[in-house]
Structure formats: structure tokens, C-alpha cells
Design a protein around this ligand. Structure first.
Ligand code: ADP
Length: 456
């Protein structure tokens, strides 16, 4: 087992990793930017090291500084969390080259799965259903037009290097194809340095269903059930739950089978997620594989009782999975609300600031992951997500009721947050009836904002 792990991240996920390491008797070194020098993970870790100024490019993405710091602080492993360098194959390789274990799948896996078109081709070859579209990368608009004609409009132009919803454009008809192609490619080139595109049929208003996977270095691969992450605002997830109650037992079994087949085809090692879109006829299609821990891993932990960060660390240390597929039991229902420092009434604009007053929810089946404390500052330099409220109850409706109580209790003063928005969302009839898909927030946000206004 590792002796000392460097946490190359910040905020709630740094706290999550830190706690897990300390439970395992592993020391932690938090790598932080100068901006984060007083952060909670810095204060609570065994040791910390400043790796650069506020800008992520110079700190959390500064590979050389991180490797040097890890060596100087005698760390034998690095946990990248999510975002930042977590899906950077080059960095994973650099860590290993410097004798520092990478807590995640190896560089080759990150590279192969990070190339979405390549991942899709591998899945198709192994009998995993994929969205109809181009076989391989597009040579240009002409080829896109030909394939779009075959699969039928609307279509989605997607960057093979894409992530976070960037490098993706819809074309509703042939006349929109040229500009969609140019925009998707330019955005991907700017964001990822790779403008290569592939084409997929647009599945109209699907559900986003994903399956959690764990694989160890001895070749054991298991799934830990699914999550429904359909509540998204501009491709950013806002509320996640487990299990996905929209699935029939047969669909669920089929999606597990496909996810396992996908993970086995990739010979997957570590924690990973196989993402699918589910259409209104119950057909599901692979869209991508994420090679890192995800923000929403917590809902899976609540319904399975498995500590996914602990498993990630154990797997990286070469230990075998401690459980078999047949040991998996899904109990009850879990919901996660992401709490952001943003103003829903001003177009969800990020609102960093100093936190003046804080009261966090607690109680039976309530979990709040965060790195907040009274007087701390939420920085404009990083993501606006500042906390996750996760509840676990015997059923979905009971979980919704628990979430309402938790959000009602939660107080953050000093800057606007989306707590109230999430609270009213928990009263939406369509949400309560489990009638939603990825278009839900686009069509329901104004209603929820209206309730917020009326309530004052
Ligand atoms: P990223 O890595 O940028 O998040 P994804 O491929 O995971 O990109 O897609 C992001 C979201 O876009 C998905 O959660 C899903 O809601 C939607 N999406 C992706 N592919 C399709 C498709 N073919 N049809 C409809 N929606 C899609």
C-alpha cells in the first residue's frame, strides 16, 4: 500500500480523497495554488505544497511543478481527482516514469478511451450498441453530408477529443451542416488542440444513463449499478440519482451487460464510467467511457456501500477487488444535488466571494461533500461547484423528501448559490413523477425561477 499520496486537486474532491487516505493510514500532501493556500484540504492534509499561482494553467495543470513537488515531498502516488489532469495521458505517463504511481487507468487506456471515435469503434466491434453515425473520423463537410443523409437529420457533430459538452453541434438539416461542422471543429481545435470530428444521429431528448465500473490489475471487472444523470444544464449535470428508476429490469440487465462488455473489451483497470443515452423507445447507445472518478460517484457509494475512492487506491496499489459481482446489492435510492456559487436569476452566472455564514445539512442518510468553512473564499479562478448534497432513503420519493429537508436547512451567506433553485426543483411534479430527460432543465427552468420569485 502507498505511504504518502499527493492530491493534485482542490475543493470537495480533495477533501474526499484526503479523508479516505487518512482512514487507510496513508499520509496526504495537498498540492495547491497560491490562491488556495488557506483551503480546508491544505489545512487538514499531512503536508501541503504550493505549485503555482491562481491560474489553473500555472498550478493544477502544471505537470512539471506537480511531479517535482511529489518527488520533493516523497509521495509514492498521485490522485488526480476529476477535471484538471485526471484524463491527461501524458501526465499519467510522466508520473509513472518518475516512479510515482498514478491512481487511475494507465496512459494508454486514457488515450484510447479519450479518443471518443476510437472508443466507439472498439465498442461497436465488441457488440456494444453505439449511436448510428460515421465509421471513423470525417474527412470534411461532404462526407458529413453523405452520412447525415443516410442516418437522417437531426445529427450531432462531435469532437473526438471533446469533453464537458464542448466541440459538439447539432445540425437539424443539410443547410445547417456546414456551419455546425465549422463551429464544432473550431471550438474543439481551440479547447483541445484537435478539431477532428465524427458524426452521430441526434437521439431526441434522451435520458443520460451511466454505469459505474471497477476493474483490477488481475483482470477482474465488475459493475456497481447505474446512475441517471439526465438533469443537465447545457450538458453540465446538476442532479444525479441512483438507481435509474426509468429502466425496466430487462433494460437494466441489458445495460449492465453492455457496460461490462465495454469495460472488458477495453481491459479496463481502475474506476471508470460507461455512458449511454437511452431513447424514448427504450433503446440505449454507448456514447463514451470516462477514465476517472466522477463528481456523481457518491450516489453509487450510497446505494452500494462501496467506497469508490478506496477501491481506486487499492487497485492502483495492485490489490484485487475485494468483492465479486454477486456480492453487489443495490439498496434504496440516492440523489445528489450539486451546489454552485452562481446566481440562477442572472442566467446562472458564477458568483465567487467570501463566505460569511455557513450551516450545512446533516442527519440520517444525509451527506454533504464540501471544503467550505466560515470565512473561506470561493475563488473566481475555478469551477463554481462548491458542495454536493447527497441523500439516501429507502425509495425515490423518500429521498426527494429528505433532499428538500436538507436543502431547507442549508445556509450559505456571502454570495448567491443555486440552493433555492435545487429546492424548488425537488417540488416539480414532472421531476417527482420521474418524467424527465436531458431536455428537462431547458423547458422547466423558467417555471422554477418563477416559483422562486413568487416565494419572496
Ligand atoms: P462530453 O464528454 O463533452 O460530456 P458526451 O459525449 O458525454 O460529451 O455528451 C454529453 C451529453 O450530450 C450527454 O450527456 C448527452 O446528454 C448528450 N449527447 C451526446 N451524444 C448524443 C446523441 N448522439 N444524441 C443525443 N444526445 C447526445
Amino acid at each position: 500500500m502507498f505511504r504518502r499520496i499527493m492530491i493534485a486537486n482542490r475543493g470537495e474532491i480533495a477533501m474526499r480523497i484526503l479523508r479516505c487516505c487518512h482512514e487507510l493510514g496513508i499520509e496526504t500532501v495537498t498540492a495547491c495554488s497560491y490562491e488556495d493556500r488557506n483551503s480546508l484540504p491544505v489545512q487538514l492534509s499531512t503536508d501541503s505544497v504550493c505549485i503555482g499561482p491562481a491560474s489553473a494553467a500555472q498550478s493544477y495543470l502544471n505537470q512539471d511543478a506537480l511531479i517535482e513537488a511529489a518527488k520533493a515531498k516523497s509521495c509514492d502516488a498521485i490522485h488526480p481527482g476529476y477535471g484538471f489532469l485526471s484524463e491527461n495521458a501524458e501526465f499519467a505517463e510522466e508520473c509513472e516514469k518518475n516512479g510515482i504511481a498514478w491512481i487511475g487507468p494507465d496512459a494508454d487506456m486514457i488515450r484510447r478511451m479519450g479518443d471518443k471515435q476510437e472508443a466507439k469503434a472498439l465498442m461497436k466491434k465488441n457488440g456494444v450498441p453505439v449511436v448510428p453515425g460515421s465509421d471513423g473520423l470525417l474527412s470534411g463537410v461532404d462526407e458529413a453530408r453523405k452520412i447525415a443523409g443516410k442516418v437522417g437529420y437531426p445529427v450531432l457533430l462531435k469532437a473526438t477529443a471533446g469533453g464537458g459538452g464542448r466541440g459538439m453541434r447539432i445540425a437539424n438539416s443539410a443547410s445547417e451542416l456546414e456551419s455546425a461542422y465549422a463551429n464544432a471543429s473550431a471550438e474543439a481545435e481551440a479547447a483541445f488542440g484537435n478539431g477532428a470530428l465524427y458524426l452521430e444521429k441526434l437521439i431526441r431528448n434522451p435520458r443520460h444513463i451511466e454505469v459505474q465500473i471497477l476493474g483490477d490489475k488481475s483482470g477482474h471487472i465488475i459493475h456497481l449499478g447505474e446512475r441517471d444523470c439526465s438533469l443537465q444544464r447545457r450538458n453540465q449535470k446538476l442532479v444525479e440519482e441512483a438507481p435509474a428508476r426509468c429502466l425496466t429490469d430487462r433494460q437494466r440487465a441489458a445495460i449492465y451487460k453492455a457496460a461490462l462488455r465495454a469495460a472488458k473489451a477495453a481491459k479496463y483497470v481502475s474506476a471508470g464510467t460507461v455512458e449511454f443515452v437511452l431513447d424514448h423507445d427504450g433503446n440505449f447507445y454507448f456514447i463514451e467511457m470516462n477514465t476517472r472518478i466522477q463528481v456523481e460517484h457518491s450516489v453509487t457509494e450510497m446505494v452500494t456501500g462501496v467506497d469508490l475512492i478506496r477501491e481506486q487506491i487499492r487497485i492502483a496499489a495492485g490489490l484485487t477487488l475485494y468483492m465479486k459481482q454477486s456480492d453487489l446489492k443495490i439498496r434504496g435510492h440516492a440523489i445528489e444535488c450539486r451546489i454552485n456559487a452562481e446566481n440562477p436569476e442572472a442566467g446562472f452566472a458564477p458568483c465567487p466571494g467570501r463566505l460569511d455564514f455557513l450551516h450545512l445539512p446533516a442527519g440520517f442518510g444525509v451527506r454533504c461533500e464540501n471544503a467550505l468553512y466560515p470565512g473561506c473564499t470561493v475563488s473566481p479562478y475555478y469551477d463554481s461547484m462548491i458542495a454536493k448534497v447527497i441523500v439516501h432513503a429507502p425509495g425515490r420519493l423518500a429521498a426527494i423528501r429528505k433532499m428538500r429537508v436538507a436543502l431547507e436547512e442549508m445556509v450559505i451567506e456571502g454570495f448567491p448559490t443555486n440552493i433555492e433553485f435545487q429546492y424548488f426543483l425537488m417540488y416539480d411534479q414532472d421531476y417527482m413523477r420521474n418524467e424527465f430527460d436531458t431536455s428537462f432543465l431547458a423547458s422547466h427552468t423558467d417555471t422554477i425561477l418563477g416559483w422562486m420569485k413568487e416565494s419572496r
